[in-house]
Write a protein of this length. Structure first.
Length: 218
């Protein structure tokens, strides 16, 4: 069994949510908010919404799409916003640009709807992130498997979803370690293909455990 040159260090993360002084009651105000709000706010309402609603496999995965549907009843735009896959982005700037483009195009094509007042306001929020190391390190795939089996949702989310922006490589901490520390490139690819939209965090973790078990049997 190959020993990694660099061990995998499991960490967990907690988030303190802060409500900003920006809000939107119309699509036009949402457009302005998307343009002006912080990167941390865009991250909160997209990447972090996957962690907050990890137990859901149906419905829209980001807060912008959910608000456009439930507060404005604009299903077509909501579906477009929900169709943006965070796995495709290695920077907030790119994600912000696509969110802004969709909302701006809709406002231009539907100026009357862009001014209609929502049933409830959208409040832009962001989180202060605090990470802490766990007493779990892995130098081999077997040790990684043991650590993975005991991870809580917060740690799994941090390594599997939030890490995509930190790495800026279009991948996650697990796949990055498999490929670079263990030279397990096929396992890295399979891990990166686990669907974070049709899975909950729990079922995604279970799927990864199955992939690791299969690799260990080879």
């Amino acid at each position: 069994m190959k020993t990694a040159g660099q061990p995998f260090h499991f960490v967990t993360a907690s988030y303190l949510t802060r409500i900003n002084n920006q809000k939107a009651s119309t699509l036009e105000e949402l457009r302005a908010g998307l343009e002006q709000t912080s990167d941390a706010s865009i991250f909160y309402h997209t990447f972090q919404s996957l962690g907050r609603f990890h137990f859901l496999t149906e419905g829209f995965s980001n807060d912008f799409a959910q608000w456009v549907l439930t507060a404005l009843n604009r299903a077509a735009l909501a579906e477009q916003l929900a169709g943006l896959d965070v796995r495709d982005y290695s920077s907030i700037a790119g994600l912000r640009g696509d969110l802004l483009r969709l909302v701006s195009d809709y406002c231009t094509a539907n100026p009357r709807e862009a001014q209609q007042t929502a049933f409830e306001n959208f409040y832009f929020c962001e989180s202060i992130v605090v990470t802490a190391p766990l007493s779990l390190d892995a130098g081999t795939l077997k040790e990684f498997r043991n650590g993975l089996a005991s991870l809580g949702h917060a740690s799994f989310y941090n390594h599997f979803i939030a890490s995509r922006l930190r790495l800026q490589l279009g991948t996650n901490d697990f796949s990055h370690w498999f490929a670079n520390a263990l030279e397990a490139n096929d396992l890295a690819r399979r891990t990166n293909r686990i669907d974070i939209y049709t899975n909950t965090l729990e079922t995604a973790q279970t799927e990864l455990l199955a992939l690791v078990d299969r690799e260990l049997k080879q």
